[in-house]
Ligand binder design. Structure first.
Ligand code: NDP
Ligand code: A1CAB
Length: 271
């Protein structure tokens, strides 16, 4: 992939996951810059040979690609001073949840080339999942660059319509947290039953990893069949799954994802 000069505005959790993932894939540190007001955040990137700054305007001016990685509620305060920068020949990538293309155009009127991305933190270990959206008028080479950037740290998909970004947020951006919560609950139960914390974690994380790998490596087998293959009639798994069914797991997951989508839609109006 091309190695354009990228300035990240915001050096928090998600920026770190993408940047460290990119470094692992050989993206040159001297082509990356991170702007964050927090010195301890800047130190994390400087330690990896990445240029750091607390001056968003200067850092944006020197970039070919500016990647906005601040919280949605900070977006307006961050963008208004950036209006001093001419974005007309730069690629602007926003990973912020719920901030629409129209809102980005309003906040940075000189930005002609914008891609919205919804990534997730497994980018850190090259196992990210990102949804991308851009206006149909965006030049193909810029779309290709944005896709290659995220493809370097995981898998990607382009959305046909921007409104689907809310669903992508529920499906990938937020979803690692659902799986962590599930693993936490399993670990807790094991610890309550007397299993040592580290062993409980190993048992849970290795089983989660194995299940995800089996799903990935057997695309021709439905998730239902993968589940059934574990479930002996009248056996132990069936006993566990019966509890999930009784407690309404499907409905709970549906409600949780719907809440995520609703919050994203609400935040789109707020910020
Ligand atoms: N975390 C995730 O899993 C995902 C996050 N996202 C999106 O990524 C974006 C960032 O999220 P996340 O990394 O979790 O958030 P963080 O709070 O971890 O990171 C945001 C960073 O921006 C810094 N910041 C605050 N003000 C400025 C400023 N004026 N200029 C530059 N940097 C500033 C913050 O510093 P300080 O803390 O000192 O305020 C913080 O270090 C959000 O919009 C979120 O929706 C998308 C997908 C997944
Ligand atoms: O929780 C959030 O709002 C962000 C967006 C997706 C993941 N984290």
């Amino acid at each position: 992939m091309q190695h354009k000069f990228i300035t990240f505005i915001g050096g928090g959790n998600m920026a770190q996951a993408i940047i460290f993932g990119l470094l692992q894939q050989g993206y040159p540190a001297h082509k990356l810059m991170v702007c964050d007001p927090n010195p301890s955040r800047r130190d994390i990137f400087a330690a990896r040979g990445i240029m750091v700054s607390d001056n968003n305007i200067e850092a944006a001016i020197r970039a070919e690609v500016v990647l906005l990685a601040v919280k949605p509620q900070m977006m307006e305060a961050v963008c208004l001073p950036l209006q001093a920068v001419d974005f007309s020949h730069k690629l602007l990538i926003s990973i912020a949840a719920a901030i629409s293309l129209q809102r980005l155009h309003d906040l940075l009127p000189s930005a002609a080339n914008i891609v919205r991305v919804m990534p997730n933190t497994p980018a850190l270990v090259s196992a990210g999942m990102s949804g991308l959206f851009a206006a149909p008028s965006l030049a193909q080479d810029l779309k290709d660059f944005a896709e290659a950037l995220l493809a370097a740290v995981g898998k990607t998909c382009w959305l046909a319509q921007e409104s689907d970004m809310h669903k992508i947020t529920a499906a990938s951006g937020s979803s690692p947290a659902y799986f962590f919560a599930f693993m936490e609950a399993m670990q807790l139960m094991l610890m309550d039953s007397g299993i040592d914390e580290n062993m409980a974690r190993l048992l849970v994380q290795q089983s989660a990893l194995g299940a995800a790998k089996m799903a990935e490596q057997n695309p021709q087998i439905s998730l239902s069949l993968l589940r059934e293959n574990v479930t002996s009639k009248g056996g132990t798994t069936a006993a566990a799954l019966a509890v999930f069914n009784r407690c309404g797991l499907d409905d709970m997951v549906k409600q949780a994802m719907a809440a995520c989508i609703a919050r994203s839609q609400e935040m789109e109006k707020l910020f």
